[in-house]
Design a protein around this ligand. Sequence first.
Ligand SMILES: *Cc1c(COP(=O)(O)O)cnc(C)c1O
Length: 386
Amino acid sequence: MLIPFNKPYLTGNELQYIQEAVNLGKISGNGEFTGRCQEFFEQRYGFHKCLLTTSCTDALEMAAILLNIQPGDEVILPSYTFVSTANPFVLRGAKLVFVDSHIDHPNLDETGLEDLITPKTKAIVVVHYAGVPCEMEQIMDLADKHGIFVVEDAAQAIDSSYKGRALGGIGHLGCFSFHETKNIQCGEGGMLVINDPDLVKRAEIIWEKGTDRAAFFRGEVDKYGWVDAGSSFLPSEVSAAFLWAQLENLDTIQSRRKDIWDNYALWFSENSSGGLLSESYLEQFTSATKEIPFQILTSDKKANAHLFFLLFEDLEQRTLVAKRLKEKGILAVFHYQSLHQSSFAKSHFPEQSRRSLPNADRFTDCLLRLPLFHELPELSHTHFIR
Ligand SMILES: *Cc1c(COP(=O)(O)O)cnc(C)c1O
């Protein structure tokens, strides 16, 4: 048996919709399938305005342009995240200010936020790690108090919710990814959600190369031209058609992922108390590990089964367990390296790389993700003991 960490799922309708898009004769962006996908999100999740992009990285770049991030502006973001959370703001000349994770979850620790806010702070970028919601109420209150924008990096968070509201729809802007490693995918793809109505018009212009072409197509202006700085962020209809085949099956895809996630949680919780695996179980597992916390969710936080992780005492134990699982044909993988410790941060934000963010560093060394994908073969907990 060989179980990869991920295998992109195809619903079976992708090629049919791509054929339809080709037959429609308009395969550039912002056509029939782009419209269908955007409306799907607006209706299902109550997002104010959605624009498909070629990636979540691009959606975050649009966000940085839209918020007029200028050289010298400060942007607060977690250290334990993907580089794409940071790059768009660096490209605009922002100074990054990193915030540590919670002790028991990679999401940013909101209690550490206010101390990092200065008169130069322009935005807070939150990352809903594993599709688990950040404490959005406290974060939005803080942002309102200081007049700061909140961008949700919801790359992993499709179909998750916080106190009944869909993630990506709470901050001023939300950014999603449809990369093949995410729950819903089209190879490479993304979406910007504009929740602040004041930002919608300019978002469309930035999306359409700095022109008012979108307004022209709606018949709101009689010709279109260059009205602002922008770029080309639209995916082609080929990508949108693929994405539509996935969105149509969102509930099926989500229910399968949740079953797998629940199964993992069950095996590990049967051998745990309060989210910690019991010592005897772990002796079977590694003969050395003491406790492995995993995610516990409260009723006001609904996560989307994006990924399931275990947390080990140190790098050595994680390496050992990953190796054992690999010998059994199961590919379990680590995740991010703290950005504040990266060579880029060391050369560009040296004062940030000297800060102590112990929880981010702990997740860097100790977190291990288990395989989670639609066609995952039946596993049992015996796969996870020696
Ligand atoms: C996947 C991911 C991204 C990047 O998404 P792309 O669509 O590949 O650009 C950004 N942030 C986080 C947290 C991610 O998981």
